[in-house]
Design a protein around this ligand. Structure first.
Ligand SMILES: [Zn+2]
Length: 455
């Protein structure tokens, strides 16, 4: 960080915190229909900020849900364009009684701004706005054209964004896209997440359509939907925890040896990962480390089972239907349709005649990998180095951020994850917070990124 940038951040730190508090004060809870006016007010606040930054065309685009904010700053065809994606909606704050201070009355305490959405993701989006403000103040111009796409439905799965992306593609055309909606390792340990697994979330149901039966009178004589479900689910894994589904990994692209060596050099060892998960026993594999099993290998997790009598005390009844939820994490080049079919077929082998097996897809997201040597990844690396005065670590994540694959596919643009949250920001939880020290580093990093992309 240069002296001029540090001086600017110091001089404006109080105003930055005050403006971020204004943004966090909107109770923009996308899952609550009653919050629609707050969502709209929050979107209009962003439009005003963007106009002040020189985006004369900043505007709301109506959808069947919350409006989307778009804006463009600069239109020089000789310069690269950077798309900055953000979301202004937040998770519900309930239970409000768990908060030390009200979730939508932001306060600064101990160097953090506290409030729902401070970290996920208003603080991260705000850093980009202030980076543009700072570049214009210090240099009089921007090194690139910038396009903003800020939605208000991320926390409910962005139901209206895919259609809109098609319509807006020419307006959003860009050289690189930035998504800031994830965490770095620590305030002094920046990181760039360059790979995410895809997601396929399935509801599974076994039903017979018969009435429930007395488990004494009929126990042993008839099939039990819950037992059938459990037997079917047991066919998905081996006792080691490895997936036992035939064909599941057939299309998985083998990770090259140098990449695996790189992962070993920067990623957690099995012991470190074990510490991180509170010494819960790890699944076993001779071929892959735990870090590899949760990033470059696909997984099937049983995340819910519902059936039979689950109340207190005793009720002896043979269930006629039962349900489960499966969260499947995908890697390149698995095909979600093939995986879904293979799971269905494997479960079906355990289902006796007279029972019906049904599966229903609840969510789907494609896996994402941005080559660490891609120029955009390199630009992000140099930007973090400048903004944090520390070397960023390239990490893979086992989770999924659907918007990343959505943007990449709809706009055919490399997407770089430039997160500015911290692992202990308590995103989605009570007393969510955003570090003001992080805000300064994030503003500097975002500004450096726009300069580095222009090189
Ligand atoms: Zn978020």
């Amino acid at each position: 960080m240069t002296g001029r940038i540090a001086a600017y951040l110091r001089a404006h730190a109080h105003r930055f915190a005050r403006e971020l508090a204004e943004l966090v004060a909107f109770a923009s809870v996308s899952s609550s229909p009653a919050a629609a006016p707050q969502l709209r007010r929050c979107a209009n606040w962003l439009v005003r900020q963007l106009r002040q930054l020189g985006a004369r065309d900043a505007r709301l685009i109506a959808t069947a849900g919350s409006p989307v904010v778009v804006a463009r700053i600069g239109d020089d065809p000789r310069r690269p364009s950077v798309l900055i994606y953000g979301h202004y909606d937040v998770q519900p704050a309930e239970p409000v009684s768990a908060w030390r201070t009200p979730p939508f009355a932001p306060v600064v305490r101990g160097g953090y701004l506290h409030g729902r959405g401070a970290s996920d993701a208003k603080g991260q989006l705000f850093a980009h706005l202030k980076a543009i403000e700072m570049l214009r103040a210090l240099t009089g111009q921007l090194p690139v054209n910038v396009v903003f796409l800020i939605e208000g439905e991320e926390e409910i799965g962005s139901p209206h964004l895919p259609d809109l992306l098609g319509e807006l593609a020419p307006y959003l055309a860009s050289t690189a896209a930035v998504v800031s909606d994830n965490a770095v390792l620590a305030l002094d340990r920046p990181s760039i997440t360059y790979a995410l697994r895809g997601d396929l979330y399935l509801d599974v149901e076994i039903s017979g359509g018969f009435p429930e039966l007395h488990s004494g009178n009929f126990g042993g004589a008839v099939h039990n939907a819950l037992r059938v479900l459990v037997a079917a689910l047991a066919r998905l894994h081996r006792p080691t925890g490895a997936v036992a589904l035939p064909g599941f990994s057939d299309r998985v692209v083998a990770t090259a040896a140098p990449e695996r060596a790189f992962m070993r050099s920067v990623g957690p060892s099995d012991r470190e990962l074990g510490d991180e998960v509170g010494h819960r026993p790890l699944t076993a594999s001779r071929a892959f480390s735990a870090y590899e099993r949760s990033t470059i290998r696909p997984s099937i997790e049983l995340v819910g089972v519902l059936g039979g009598y689950t109340g207190r005390g005793i009720r002896g009844v043979i269930p006629s239907r039962a349900e489960a939820k499966l969260d499947v994490r995908l890697v390149p080049d698995q095909r979600p349709d093939d995986v879904h079919r293979a799971i269905f077929d494997q479960l079906a082998r355990a289902v006796p005649l007279g029972f019906e097996l049904r599966t229903r897809e609840r969510m789907r997201a494609a896996p994402v990998v941005l080559d660490r040597r891609h120029p955009v990844a390199r630009a992000a690396q140099r930007a973090y180095r400048r903004g944090f005065s520390a070397e960023p670590v390239f990490v893979r994540a086992g989770g999924s951020i659907p918007i990343v694959s959505l943007l990449g596919e709809a706009l055919r643009v490399p997407v770089v994850l430039m997160g500015f949250a911290l692992p202990d920001d308590r995103a989605h939880g009570a007393d969510e917070r955003f570090s003001l020290a992080m805000l300064g580093k994030a503003v500097a990093t975002s500004a450096a990124f726009l300069e580095e992309v222009a090189r």
